[in-house]
Design a protein around this ligand. Structure first.
Ligand code: SAH
Length: 327
């Protein structure tokens, strides 16, 4: 098989400059991956919580609207989403917020042109940003990020603290050492900017991802293709590269900027506390032909052996804002 254009480019870079850092490799691979496809759903590579059921986005919207109400319904609040995928979560959350008479302007941080187009089809009147720097500088931010941080590049270091790099030998990409620890400077920079904004402007953020409450050490870089684990060093740019999110690092970096951090709690516990069982019952009542599908979605999102425990929710709340529900 001829290597894809990104693989050729990475091989050329390595031949000319030597091995490239794990973060560089991951950033290049994911930029190419997300720019060239819609990876979600049964026909794609993986399924995310908002694509499993509308209940996930609705309860996210309820969570934000509840905080906003108890904060005194501040005007100029904005809905901000990082890495909105197909726009499904935003559409479901905004619909639930409308029921609470919260209709904020929508600001989407998304780098992929293909996914921006998908988002435009589901969310009216959104504005797009390449990163957080161009978000409005005043007014509270109501922020959501689902499976965003796991896609951001990580560094991997060996036991001596040496940063590992990826070379190309014997016809394949390979790391030049054993992974002892990981860190994501890109995630840290984003969480710091987000927390700084929340502290200055007000608002709250819900961050949901899979990862660990305390860093465990070792290698969590993985690739997923067609709903199965794949080799992260094969065919870069054609499969989703992720790493487990270090929630303790995110919470610590956020607190240092003056916001309150709650959690992480398991996604299942958070959804149950937000009323998922009630919402599922109401949905099933209005759509009796979908009872089995709704029960399956509920189980998939909350069961500890499925997404309920590995996926976690972390809340960041501006000083002076109320305590968030479900934590
Ligand atoms: N939140 C969505 C999609 C998760 S996939 C869902 O739950 O279904 C990751 C998303 O983050 C995609 O939309 C991808 O294009 C986007 N993304 C990845 N890296 C990014 C970056 N550095 N800046 C902005 N968006 C990014």
């Amino acid at each position: 098989m001829t290597p894809n254009p990104l693989e050729q480019e990475l091989r050329r870079r390595i031949a000319e400059q030597g091995p490239i850092g794990v973060a560089d490799y991951m950033a290049a691979a994911n930029a190419h991956y997300y720019a060239t496809r819609d990876p979600f759903g049964a026909a794609g590579d993986f399924v995310t919580a908002p694509e499993i059921s509308q209940m996930f986005g609705e309860l996210t919207g309820v969570w934000l609207a509840d905080l906003w109400q108890r904060a005194g319904r501040p005007e100029e609040a904005r809905y901000v989403e990082l890495g909105p995928g197909r726009g499904t979560l935003a559409a479901d959350a905004l619909r639930a917020m409308r029921a609470a008479r919260l209709e904020p302007p929508v600001e989407l941080v998304e780098t992929s042109p293909a996914l921006r187009a998908a988002q435009a089809g589901r969310v009216a009147n959104a504005r797009w940003h390449d990163d957080l720097s161009t978000l409005p500088a005043s007014g509270p931010l109501l922020v959501v990020a689902n499976e965003f941080f796991d896609a951001l590049p990580i560094d991997q270091v060996d036991i001596a603290g040496r940063r590992l790099a990826i070379g190309f030998e014997n016809g394949r990409f390979a790391r030049d050492g054993e992974v002892a620890h990981e860190a994501s400077p890109a995630s840290r920079a984003i969480i710091e900017e987000l927390a700084r904004r929340l502290a200055a402007q007000g608002g709250a953020a819900l961050i949901v991802d899979y990862g660990y409450a305390r860093p465990g050490g070792g290698d969590t870089l993985q690739a997923v293709s067609r709903h199965a684990f794949a080799d992260p060093f094969e065919a870069p740019g054609t499969r989703d590269l992720t790493a487990h999110v270090d929630f303790s690092a995110l919470a610590k970096a956020a607190r240092a900027q003056g916001v309150h951090a709650f959690g992480p709690v398991g996604q299942g516990d958070w959804l149950d506390a937000m009323g998922l069982p009630l919402r599922a019952a109401a949905l099933a009542k209005s759509a009796p032909d979908r009872v089995d599908e709704i029960a399956e979605a509920r189980d998939r999102l909350t069961a500890p052996a499925r997404m309920g425990r590995l996926f976690k929710a972390l809340a960041l709340v501006a000083p002076g804002w109320p305590e968030p529900a479900g934590f």
